[in-house]
Write a protein that binds this ligand. Structure first.
Ligand code: UD1
Length: 386
């Protein structure tokens, strides 16, 4: 039996992890049942992709920085695994908590379990059923080895059951990213990011694209960028260009189509969290291939065109405001036109996306590590939410 407070490593590495980490850090600190260390793998290293998120979201500075940087998927994953393993060997935690579906998630989960450290996965169970996505492989592998699976939406519970995972390992806790959204929305709105670009609320669209399926193939990327220029003639678009996308555009010889200073397709770099949230909250439409934006637009009631053939977050389509349009230009354009004339579902409340998920995650972690009260059975938790 542990008599001191159990120590958990909270691992983050890439931009979408930071918004998920913040509410969990806050809730663990407030509950005071666990000690924690923040481990930053360094998968994302540009200031615009990382430091700014720690500063804005008030996340304490990382206790450990693994500084892995870029690399091919295998090399990057291997480097994270090797460096986190060395950290675990020298400062063994009682558990490792990983978030989402990035390379840092699977690498640190694997390093920990191999050394007998139990792993909890926040945002477990999501499945796109598309194994060409690097994130899908990361999700499947992480869930296979994690001992505690903390799930954001009911589809995740169904997916894990279908894979034969015992209910004892699974907890439906809700969506931690929505905690961050709810906490920071008033501050984000006050930033008036659209006004700084001389745009009025609901008079523009917001765009992000970075998935390999949309940006890595020069022909697909060129088609999509030309389409964005056409759509921007109907409604100005703010395009926050991800470093992967910028590099792919340069390689494809269409860098100038994403140049800054254009009047209708306004291209910026990656946006800090509060600017991004401000731009999304005031947008008439969002076009994206990001998982997080599908969720945020659903909660904000902003129409979202998801430029993917599938989603691991189906609740954003069944209850939210997102619709899958793939990367077919005519499908994207006709859906865009529907939104511009105001024909789009408003979306409904999504169970447990209530701003309290960080507290539920902290409570489940404490119980799991033997310092909390008994858990509610999953079956009861699911049936009351359906
Ligand atoms: C990663 C995640 C993806 C997540 C996305 C959010 C994986 C497999 N993918 O994709 O799930 O949605 O982050 O951003 O983990 N780069 C920079 N600066 C940085 C970070 C990356 O220039 O701070 C460049 C890299 O050099 C590389 C490219 O961007 O060329 C891709 O970075 P990488 O971390 O491999 O994956 P993402 O595409 O960002």
């Amino acid at each position: 039996m542990i008599t001191r407070k159990p120590v958990v490593d909270l691992v983050a590495g890439a931009r979408p992890n930071f918004m998920k980490l913040a509410p969990v850090v806050r809730a663990i600190a407030a509950a005071d049942a666990l000690s924690f260390r923040i481990i930053h793998t360094g998968q994302h290293y540009d200031e615009a992709m990382n430091d700014v998120f720690f500063q804005e979201l008030g996340i304490p500075a990382p206790d450990v920085h693994l500084e892995v940087g870029s690399g091919s998927p295998g090399a990057q994953t291997a480097k994270i695994l090797e460096r986190y393993e060395a950290h675990v060997q020298s400062q063994r935690p009682d558990a490792t908590v990983v978030f989402g579906d990035v390379n840092s998630t699977v690498a640190c989960a694997l390093a920990a379990v191999k050394l007998g450290v139990p792993v909890a996965h926040v945002e477990a169970g999501l499945r796109s059923f598309d194994r060409t996505m690097p994130e899908e492989i990361n999700r499947i592998l992480t869930d296979a080895i994690a001992g505690l699976l903390l799930v954001s939406e009911e589809s995740g519970v169904r997916n894990l059951r279908a894979e034969g995972v015992a209910d004892e390992r699974v907890r439906l806790v809700g969506n931690v990213m929505i905690d961050t959204l709810q906490s920071w929305l008033p501050v984000a709105r006050a930033r008036q990011a659209a006004a700084k670009l001389e745009l009025k609320p609901r008079s523009y669209g917001f765009v992000t694209l970075h998935r390999p399926s949309n940006v890595d193939d020069p022909e697909t990327l060129t088609r999509l960028v030309r389409l964005l220029h056409r759509l921007a003639d109907k409604l100005p678009l703010v395009f926050a260009v991800h470093p992967r996308t910028r590099a792919a555009a340069e390689r494809s010889g269409i860098g100038e189509l994403l140049a800054p200073g254009q009047a209708r397709l306004i291209c910026t770099g990656p946006q800090p969290y509060l600017e991004s949230l401000s731009l999304v909250a005031d947008a008439a439409v969002v076009l994206t291939d990001s998982g997080g934006l599908q969720e945020e637009t659903s909660v904000l009631g902003v129409p979202c065109l998801t430029l993917r053939e599938n989603t691991e977050r189906p609740v954003t389509v069944t209850l939210g405001t997102s619709r899958l349009v793939g990367n077919d230009e005519s499908k994207i354009e006709s859906a865009f036109d529907e939104i511009v004339v105001g024909r789009w579902p408003h979306g409904q409340a999504i169970p447990l996306w209530d701003g309290q998920t960080g507290e539920r995650v902290a409570a489940e972690l404490a119980r799991w590590l033997g310092v909390g009260t008994a858990a509610e059975p999953l079956a009861a938790a699911v049936s009351t939410q359906s």
